[in-house]
Structure formats: C-alpha cells, structure tokens
Design a binder for this molecule. Structure first.
Ligand SMILES: Cc1cc2nc3c(=O)[nH]c(=O)nc-3n(C[C@H](O)[C@H](O)[C@H](O)COP(=O)(O)OP(=O)(O)OC[C@H]3O[C@@H](n4cnc5c(N)ncnc54)[C@H](O)[C@@H]3O)c2cc1C
Length: 273
C-alpha cells in the first residue's frame, strides 16, 4: 500500500514475478523533489506527476485509500477486501499542508504493530514488521535511522523487493538494510546552482554546484521516473501552447489528457478531478 518513491519501486521490481496489487488513492505518482520548481515554472508540472497506469505490465493499481490492514490483507475505503500473501507498507509520512495534503496513515500501521513515540514503525534489518516474515515496511513510515528522504525510501524498496523475490523463489530472504552514518544531500538552486555533500573515501565531502546540477538540479530525477513509469511520450508536444490560468496552468495526466490547475489541487488531495 502506497505508490510513492518506495512503494512504486517495490511494485515495479516484483511485477514480473508476483501478482502485484498497488493501492494508492492518487491517480499518479508525485515526484515531490520536482514540485517546488513546478510552482515557479508551469512547464515543469509534467515532471511532477507520473500516472500509475504505465507503471505495471502484469500487476494492477487500485485507486483507493487503505483504511485497515491485517497480516492477511487490506481493506480499502471502497470496502472491497484485498487478500495478500505479502504486504508492503509504504504509506510515507505527513507533512504540513500543502506539501502533503493528507495526514499520514499511521493508524493502519498501528493495527499491525505498536508505533514508536515518533509515530513510526519498527522494522527488522530485513525490513519486516516485527513478528511477520511476510509483512514489510519501508521509507518515511519506518523507525530506521535513515533520513526521511526519497533516496533512502528507494534503497529500502530494493531490500524489500529482493527479500520478497527470495521468498517467492523458496529461498531464505537475506538482504538487509544497512543504515549509513554518512549523510548525503543535494540541494539545487535552480538547474545549475546549489550545494551538497556526498560520501567519499575520505569521509563526507562538500560537492560543487556543477555536481549538484549534474546529479539532481538539471532534471530533479525526471529521467529516473520516466523510465520507471515507461513514459515514452514527450511533453510539451511540438506546437503545444500552454494556457496561462495560474501558476500551474496545465497538468498532463497521461497520454493526451490534461487538466487545469484546479484539478491539480484535487489530484494532490487524492480525488479524481
Ligand atoms: C516538497 C517536498 C520536496 C522533497 N524533496 C526531496 C528531495 O529532493 N529528495 C529527497 O530525497 N526527498 C525529498 N522529499 C522527501 C520525500 O518526498 C520523502 O522522504 C519520500 O516521499 C518518502 O517516500 P515513501 O515511499 O516512504 O512515501 P511517499 O513517497 O510519501 O509515498 C506514500 C504514498 O502512500 C500513499 N498513501 C498514503 N496513505 C495511504 C493509504 N492509507 N492507502 C493507500 N495509499 C496511501 C500516498 O498517496 C503516497 O502515494 C521531499 C518532500 C517534500 C514534501
């Protein structure tokens, strides 16, 4: 449950070998790292939203909010129960509005295991929720010492996907999450400026703006998500002239479909425009 940075990657990784069902109330994955630039550059909005309909080839996406979970499956708001052999909790964390319009789904995680004082979920080194070898959690939701950042959620996703794949193949899941004390961060200021620090053999080292630009600032990971969501189409299309109706005038929702900026708010709130 949850198709953000971590959950969408687990779903993608397991799509070929498992019958994946991804549950998320949103119509599209939201690349939060690109959202601030989209506020100042309307043409950038295309790089923030990646519709779920191109994520999976075999699996399916259920557009709904999970309202309860137990070790055998989940129940979305629609009431249509989904039984599952494996469960991955990837519902993220809450942020002040409008960064994340919904409160975190902590009560769902709490139904499986007691939450910590920070309202996070304790996991084992293999990212199992304590007591269940077929229930996993990752990303912002967990009590891991990793920073609450997309990059770490995606590292967790690889661990979860590897362990579930091992279990499906009848092997012992052995991939572990090893939190690093080295803190990496890249803070772009526009496409070409910024500052950051990255781990290096000599320890964590400041990197120049050119490195920040090359590794993040230029595309804010758009290429990575274009690949994950199989976005073979390009936008804006040749000859496309955006209507200027506000700071975010146009929102592409998939091949050939757009909505105005009121719909953007609806989408971020998890409602169909
Ligand atoms: C404005 C902004 C900019 C950021 N920039 C960066 C950055 O540049 N680099 C970086 O590393 N990190 C960045 N972050 C932090 C990053 O977004 C989070 O650390 C990351 O999203 C956590 O990933 P996740 O997979 O745990 O959860 P998320 O990516 O938050 O995904 C959670 C998903 O779960 C879904 N969900 C929630 N509740 C339910 C439910 N009950 N049922 C079903 N689905 C549910 C949500 O709709 C969402 O799609 C930024 C955050 C914000 C707000």
């Amino acid at each position: 449950m949850g198709g953000g940075y971590g959950g969408s990657l687990v779903a993608k990784e397991l799509d070929a070998t498992a019958d994946v069902v991804l549950v998320d109330p949103r119509e599209a994955f939201v690349n939060a790292a690109g959202s601030l630039r989209a506020l100042t550059r309307p043409d950038w909005a295309v790089n923030v939203f990646f519709p779920f309909d191109t994520l999976l080839e075999r699996g399916r996406v259920v557009r709904d909010r999970v309202v309860s979970a137990d070790p055998a499956g989940v129940t979305p708001a629609s009431g249509a129960r989904l039984d599952a052999d494996y469960l991955v909790l990837a519902t993220g964390s809450g942020y002040a509005y409008p960064a994340k319009p919904h409160p975190a789904s902590e009560s769902i995680a709490a139904a499986l295991a007691p939450l910590t004082a920070r309202a996070t979920l304790a996991v084992t080194e293999r990212l199992n929720v304590a007591g269940y070898d077929h229930v996993y959690a990752l990303g912002d939701l967990t009590d891991l010492p990793d920073p609450k950042m997309a990059s770490y959620a995606q590292v967790h996703a690889q661990v979860v996907a590897a362990n579930i794949a091992a279990q499906l193949a009848g092997r012992t899941p052995e991939t572990v999450s090893t939190p690093s004390p080295d803190r990496r961060i890249l803070l772009p200021l526009g496409p070409h400026g910024g500052a950051g620090q990255l781990p290096a053999p000599s320890g964590v080292t400041a990197v120049p703006a050119a490195t920040v630009s090359e590794r993040k600032g230029l595309d804010l990971f758009t290429a990575r998500f274009a690949a994950r969501f199989d976005r073979s189409w390009r936008f804006p299309r040749p000859g496309f002239v955006p209507r200027q109706r506000g700071p975010l005038s146009f929102l592409p929702l998939g091949r050939g479909r757009c909505q105005g900026n009121r719909s953007l708010v609806a989408l971020m709130r998890g409602r169909h425009p």
